[in-house]
Design a protein around this ligand. Structure first.
Ligand code: ATP
Ligand code: MG
Length: 652
């Protein structure tokens, strides 16, 4: 339905000529990567410095009962050395990290590669002194401060496995994750300022540790200087410990398949999964996607607005950019503090070239009006990126026109915690974009569309179904921490011999992929299968609508009816007339079949802490069955749910 009227935006001639990859090169490299993955990755694995070079490249099996994924398995390396030490000779005095604090008046910090090296070595020695060694687990519960990056790299340097818990999570969720991996140490801070409010992180850690082994130690970064309650033993201030150690710490030689980190998924579709990523394949893929997808060039300032608590922060704030010797920006605050112009002010102040954020932020800022954007000089921007959810074309257009001034290609990157890096994405100098499509696969990525019930691969180009991967890529997750059976069951049991993404997609006549939503969320109205994304995008295209979420509910005649939750733009009035207008609008945009049966006004939508709409909760409310909402540990604001239940439209 979308194809006929969807405009395409080819890269400008200038962009194509200057980019690392143009269309001809993409076609040639992609074909080579699929024809002979062994040869392709043998070559591209060399972008990383190995201590002992690999001789084996790919050893992967998706066969039932034998899910086993290894890349570069006999090579050895150290990720921290790749992200720091190897740059020292050439760019020791170049800024590695620009840190922009929550308080816009406080001033940014610039940390050079040399300084990064000293900080990381010190922290690594502190961890060693606390008894942490190769293979031990360390939980990070930190604000977005440079010490978060130091801590990740310090773990990588000594071969410890980090598990980052987003600092917005509760003590309970933190405790479960400390126990989940038997962590030896928790690294935290006294307080976390965000949007002008301060959370006492150490208090949360203390509460969490009440339910953990007494031996778990705690390392505390002084961020705010506020009073904190120290436990009788096992608690240490980082600055005190650092005074006692040297700033020389040789990097540990790690096997390519040694775990680098554990990270939980967002919990949009159920209980979060503890994803395990390993060393060699992950860093090759994170660095390669960072360079090509963002067309990163030496000296540019790259800004990914995610939190390091999410995979996006792992791969595209820390590991990918630093492996490439880039300057990466870390932002402690929120997009709307002190006002909705903060992102754009930071872009102006630091001359950001690549800006990478999530649809939820774009929609929220779009609702605030254009003035917040247009008053800043955004001429340094070259590339815009988005990740996390399908981006509605309306939000895409706004991003393109108002933020990018129609100059900047938008890379809509589809990927998952499990995939470690981008799988479907445009390359800015190579691929013409279409608003709302993640376009084409990255090198070495082999997507297929399966018929949902039979599991048969569909070979026609234009089609729709379940998105799976036919073969492995280097940054694929290796297992669920401590539960390989869950790994097999979640990703390899519904469709044998494929990696199942859990997402539905459409492939258009040009071979472009469009994520239609989670497979669990597909709606079947009178025998027509529909993804949630398309109906939501139609709603968001209405000028008064800021955000929408659509789910199915049992309907006597149609099988399933369409239930829409709608948030309006700031200042709009919620009226019955508008409800009708919106129903008619969707009918006109897509067709009678997609017309919502019920529209509930939603001043807020339930989202994960990473900003994704939790449709499974909305489905329960729409079904008038909200007694058991399932795992809500990653829900950002439970009060939103209470309001939606109280005002639900379908009462049995
Ligand atoms: P859980 O697996 O616990 O339910 P989650 O899937 O939300 O949580 P993440 O790994 O953070 O956890 O998110 C990956 C999912 O985000 C993808 O499967 C997809 O549904 C969605 N997604 C990410 N990027 C995009 C994108 N560019 N377009 C459409 N959807 C996207
Ligand atoms: Mg998922």
């Amino acid at each position: 339905m979308l194809d006929d009227k969807t405009p395409t935006y080819p890269p400008s001639d200038e962009m194509a000529a200057a980019a690392h990859i143009d269309r001809a090169k993409y076609d040639e490299m992609y074909a080579a990567s699929i024809a002979d993955p062994e040869a392709f990755w043998s070559e591209h694995g060399k972008r990383i410095d190995w201590i002992k070079p690999y001789t084996k490249v790919k050893n992967t099996s998706f066969a039932p009962g034998n899910i086993d994924i290894r890349w570069f398995e006999d090579g050895t390396l150290n990720v921290a050395a790749n992200c720091i030490d190897r740059h020292l000779a050439e760019r020791g005095d170049q800024t590695a990290i620009i840190w922009e604090p929550d308080d816009a008046e406080a001033g940014a910090q610039h940390i050079t590669y040399k300084q990064l090296h000293a900080h990381v070595c010190k922290m690594a020695n502190v961890l060693k002194k606390m008894g942490v060694g190769k293979g031990d687990r360390v939980v990070l519960y930190l604000p977005m401060i440079p010490q978060a990056a130091y801590a990740m790299l310090a773990c990588a340097r000594i071969g410890a496995i980090h598990s980052i818990v987003f600092a917005g999570f509760s003590a309970d969720a933190l405790g479960a994750r400390i126990n989940g991996c038997d962590a030896k140490v928790v690294i935290t801070a006294d307080g976390a300022p965000r949007g002008g409010r301060v959370t006492n992180l150490k208090d949360n850690v203390n509460k969490a540790l009440l339910h953990c082994d007494d031996a778990v130690q705690c390392l505390i970064v002084k961020r705010t200087g506020q009073q904190v309650a120290m436990r009788a033993s096992g608690d240490h201030w980082l600055h005190e410990m650092e005074a006692e150690v040297s700033n020389d710490c040789p990097p540990e030689e790690m096997g390519a398949e040694d775990p680098l980190f554990i990270l939980y998924t967002s919990g949009s579709t159920g209980q979060p999964k503890g994803v395990v990523h390993t060393t060699g394949g992950y860093i090759v893929y994170a660095s390669m996607t960072h360079e090509y997808v963002f067309d990163y060039k030496d000296g540019e300032v790259f800004w990914c607005t995610a939190d390091v608590g999410w995979v996006t922060g792992h791969s595209y704030i820390v590991y990918g950019p630093l492996a490439n010797g880039a300057t990466t920006l870390m932002f402690e605050g929120v997009p709307t503090y002190p006002d909705a112009g903060r992102f754009w002010k930071v872009c102006q102040d630091h001359k950001v070239a690549q800006f990478y954020t999530a649809p939820t932020a774009i929609r929220a800022l779009m609702a605030k009006g254009n003035d917040y954007v247009t008053k800043y000089d955004l001429s340094s921007l070259r590339i815009l990126g988005t990740v996390g959810e399908p981006i509605n074309p309306e939000a895409w257009n706004w991003y393109n026109e108002v933020v990018g001034g129609k100059r900047c290609p938008i890379v809509d990157t589809w990927w998952q915690t499990e995939t470690g890096g981008h799988l479907l994405t445009p390359l800015p100098g190579a691929i013409a974009t279409k608003p709302g499509s993640a376009t084409l696969p990255f090198f070495g990525v082999h997507p297929v569309v399966l018929e949902p019930t039979s599991g048969e691969e569909i070979h026609e180009t234009a089609t729709e179904g379940v998105l799976c991967m036919k073969d492995s890529w280097p940054a694929q997750m290796r297992t669920v921490w401590g539960d390989h059976a869950r790994f097999e069951k979640t990703y390899f049991s519904d469709y044998k011999n494929y990696y199942f993404t859990g997402d539905g997609c459409r492939r258009d006549a040009d071979g472009y992929y469009w994520i239609t939503g989670r497979v669990d969320d597909v709606i079947n109205v009178s025998g027509h299968r529909m993804g949630t994304a398309e109906v939501e995008s139609a709603l968001v295209a209405h000028e008064k609508v800021a955000e929408a979420a659509v789910v199915g509910y049992p309907h006597e005649v149609k099988g399933q009816g369409i239930y829409a939750y709608v948030t309006l733009m700031e200042g709009q009035e919620y009226t019955d007339d508008l409800r009708k207008e919106l129903s008619d609008w969707v009918r006109a945009e897509i067709g009678p079949i997609a017309k919502p049966d019920l529209i509930q006004w939603a001043p807020g939508l339930p989202k994960t802490r990473s900003g994704k709409i939790m449709r499974r909760i909305l489905r329960k409310i729409a079904e008038d069955d909200f007694g058991a909402l399932g795992d809500t540990s990653t829900l950002a604001d439970p009060s939103v749910v209470d309001d939606l239940i109280e005002n639900r439209m379908n009462r049995k």
